[in-house]
Ligand binder design. Structure first.
Ligand SMILES: Cc1cc2nc3c(=O)[nH]c(=O)nc-3n(C[C@H](O)[C@H](O)[C@H](O)COP(=O)(O)OP(=O)(O)OC[C@H]3O[C@@H](n4cnc5c(N)ncnc54)[C@H](O)[C@@H]3O)c2cc1C
Length: 477
């Protein structure tokens, strides 16, 4: 192994997922010299095994479901999906798991790329073990930003390794449709992948330990998604966990806590994420290897004046858009501190504090129906001690829903804070609601009083008219 002389940068970013790339972008925009270290593909989980491929898989599924509800169109779309074409489009969306485009982008902003596994080696020092056996030593004058993301957690069941289970990586990149697929977990990844593979022809069984699907959302979201998955032919079993799993020949045999034996061709564990911090040299700076990195609102690690943790790895909100928001914040904070400029006092936008992480995180689940939420659910708001009222409206009562076709099913809920008369949270469930979510995000993040929302007139006949119904229901109650 050869070792380079230590090279000094203003900022060293560990991990070139969407978040690391954006930290580098903000640092470069502020004129700071920046190195970015990546052990796999530049673009991270999101581009190759998460957001992009999963949404490319789901788009035709949802478009077909929407089309099948529209009179005059439904007859034309009764046939099966062209799964080969869907998978090919997914491959195109992931650039065939090549990162040339993203390398070009990083080159364009003037960040230096180091390929290899990065580790902290004491304060402000990073070593990179490259694939060529070369070892680089980088020092950071102002900041090291850790954006190493997460990996899938697979439960430690006996014999699990021999089963070769799918994680989100295989579920988003597979090139053949398993005849039978068991999906373990009813969170976002579980329900999205169950929706996709059921539509591609797999017979899907979903096993959920808890009471229902999508446990972080309003309960009706999980109920409506479970109902639709069942109607699509999936077998959704709640209150059921996996006790044992083996592979007999090519068949996966699952024994459940209910004593059932389920046979499948593949099993997907969508059972949570763990931070990629176990082999990061955290012990060299007094932190616990394998831990989530806790940060303040500028994404600076608690107790440090040079180490930042941005994106999934800080466990604030495991979503690309939220991580990129944090990257803009952290980049601005690093630049301001490097220039010796006081943070919050100098910026009327509050751009050095990721306050939205606490109150206004939006998320869309791309199932049929879609589930979209921002802010707190009723249970979360009550738990946090807010005095709130939940207002519910059946989305099918809105004129715009009729245009989506017969039998539109959907529901909306807003959580009104009774002390401030602003919104703590909003949830929409129904076809097409994902694109409506930003109106709710603006209302929640902007702390817009309901009396002002009354003057935000939704266009007729759109689904957005649900806002009128929600406000009327609140005012007239
Ligand atoms: C199936 C699935 C679907 C999803 N869909 C959505 C969605 O639709 N919308 C959404 O907002 N979010 C979605 N997410 C979440 C989203 O993927 C993550 O929030 C996002 O990828 C986090 O970005 P990140 O940059 O923090 O981490 P990552 O994207 O995980 O990137 C981290 C990078 O760091 C690199 N790395 C790790 N350790 C080292 C090291 N020691 N040295 C060098 N490099 C290292 C990794 O190789 C990786 O490239 C989805 C997740 C999954 C699993």
């Amino acid at each position: 192994m050869t070792e380079s002389e230590s090279i000094a940068y203003d900022v060293v970013v560990l991990g070139a997922g969407p978040v690391g790339e954006n930290v580098a972008d903000r640092a470069r925009a502020a004129g700071l010299s920046t190195a970015i270290v990546e052990s796999e593909l530049i673009g991270g989980e999101c581009s190759y095994w998460a957001c992009m491929p999963s949404k490319a898989l789901l788009r035709p599924v949802l478009a077909r479901a929407d089309a099948r509800r529209v009179p005059g169109l439904s007859q034309a779309v009764q046939g099966p999906l062209d799964v080969g074409a869907v998978l090919a489009h997914r491959d195109y969306f992931t650039s065939n798991w090549k990162d040339d485009g993203q390398v070009q982008w990083l080159d364009g902003i003037g960040a230096d790329i180091y390929r290899g596994h990065g580790r902290l080696a004491g304060p402000r020092k990073v070593t990179v073990e490259g694939p060529d056996g070369e070892r680089h030593v980088l020092t950071a004058r102002h900041a090291v930003a850790v954006s190493t993301g997460t990996r899938a957690v697979v439960p430690d069941l006996p014999g699990i390794a021999e089963v070769k289970p799918w994680t989100s990586r295989e579920a988003t990149s597979a090139h053949a449709v398993p005849g039978r697929l068991v999906v373990v977990g009813g969170g976002v990844v579980g329900v999205e992948m169950a929706t996709a593979w059921q539509a591609f022809g797999s017979k899907v069984t979903v096993l959920v330990r808890g009471k229902g699907l999508l446990p972080r959302m309003e309960p009706f979201a999980g109920e409506m998604v479970a109902e639709a998955l069942t109607e699509a032919g999936a077998d959704v079993r709640t209150g059921t966990s996996v006790e044992a799993v083996t592979r007999e020949g090519t068949t996966v045999v699952v024994t459940t806590s209910a004593g059932d034996r389920i046979e499948a061709d593949e099993i997907l564990f969508a059972t949570g994420r763990a931070p990629r911090t176990d082999d990061l040299g955290l012990e060299t700076v007094g932190l616990e290897p394998g831990s989530w990195l806790s940060v303040d609102d500028s994404c600076r690690v608690t107790g440090s004046d040079w180490l930042y943790a941005v994106g999934d790895v800080n466990h604030r909100a495991l979503l690309t858009h939220q991580g990129k928001y944090q990257a803009r914040i952290a980049g601005a904070a690093i630049a301001a501190r490097a220039a010796g400029v006081p943070l919050l006092e100098t910026d009327p936008w509050g751009a050095h504090a990721a306050t939205a992480d606490h109150a206004a995180v939006p998320q869309v689940v791309f199932t049929d129906p879609e589930a979209a939420s921002v802010g707190l659910s009723l249970a979360e708001a009550e738990q946090a001690g807010h005095r709130v009222r939940a207002v519910d409206v059946d989305l099918s009562s809105v004129a715009g829903a009729g245009l989506y076709g017969e039998g539109y099913r959907g529901r909306a809920r807003m959580i009104v804070d009774l002390d401030t008369e602003t919104l703590r949270g909003v949830t929409f469930v129904g076809p097409g609601v994902g694109e409506m979510l930003h109106s709710a995000t603006i209302a929640v993040a902007g702390e817009v009083p309901v009396s002002r929302l009354w003057h935000a007139v939704p266009a007729y006949p759109t689904l957005s008219e649900v806002w009128l119904r929600l406000l009327e229901a609140y005012r007239d109650a």
